[in-house]
Design a protein around this ligand. Structure first.
Ligand code: 5RP
Length: 222
């Protein structure tokens, strides 16, 4: 069977969007399908307002005619739909493969509900095979990266060809290879205590539901 599992999961999640909701739009190739479906529903008459988590998602939503507002113009969001790089059974996530982790975390944390959409390859027993993205300020990045390495990983500054990759916020990303993260909450605290770290891609206690598209065409909801 030739199924687009990302589309499958994303379109299921869009069923949770109701008239009048304020919706957070995630970033990445799975969130793309959710935004596309939302655009379709808006054309059919669904009334929502949305906040985008990246310039890319903002552009896509604008092209589709989804009404956008700035984060500062609303008090809270009802629902955010976003992808993940890894997720475990406790709905702990690694995010930031697409570089949008800071805005994604702000938006998801201010949403009554966050739905994660993913294909089955993202569901893991232990987080950490996917290098954990850590957003850091450019000032003294060498020192910040060395401090991150002391937590037991190999951090690698993300590049965009010859250039260092810059986030929508003008920061760098250290993709930190842990291989296996024994305690995500402890690592989150350790990372937060390093000056220079703006945010990390561990989402703990933020996601409420995961919708996972499977290669056989079925959907698993956690
Ligand atoms: C972007 C993200 C994405 O949600 C994550 O990288 C998953 O992307 P994709 O759906 O393309 O696999 O966190 O910062």
């Amino acid at each position: 069977m030739n199924v687009n599992v990302k589309q499958l999961a994303a379109e299921k999640a869009v069923e949770y969007v109701l008239d009048g909701m304020k919706v957070g739009l995630g970033t990445g190739s799975t969130a793309y399908w959710a935004i596309r479906k939302l655009g379709e529903r808006v054309r059919e008459g669904l009334k929502i307002t949305a906040v985008a988590t990246s310039r890319a998602s903002e552009e896509q939503a604008r092209e589709l005619g989804i009404p956008l507002v700035a984060f500062g113009d609303i008090d809270h969001l009802d629902l955010t739909i976003d992808g993940a790089d890894e997720l475990d059974k406790e709905l702990q996530l690694i995010k930031g493969g697409g570089g949008a982790l800071l805005r994604e975390k702000i938006v998801a944390s201010n949403s009554s509900r966050m739905i994660v959409v993913a294909d089955e390859s993202k569901a893991v027993g232990t987080l950490g095979k996917f290098p954990l993205p850590v957003e850091i300020v450019p000032f003294a990045w060498e020192w910040t990266v060395a401090e991150i390495a002391k937590l037991g990983c190999k951090p690698e500054l993300r590049r965009n060809g010859e250039e260092l990759y810059k986030t929508d916020n003008g920061n760098y990303i250290a993709d930190s290879h842990f291989e296996a993260i024994e305690s995500a909450p402890k690592l989150a605290l350790d990372l937060q205590s390093i000056p220079g770290v703006v945010e990390h891609g561990l989402f703990i206690g933020i996601a409420d539901i995961a919708i996972i598209g499977k290669n056989d065409g079925s959907i698993e909801t956690i």
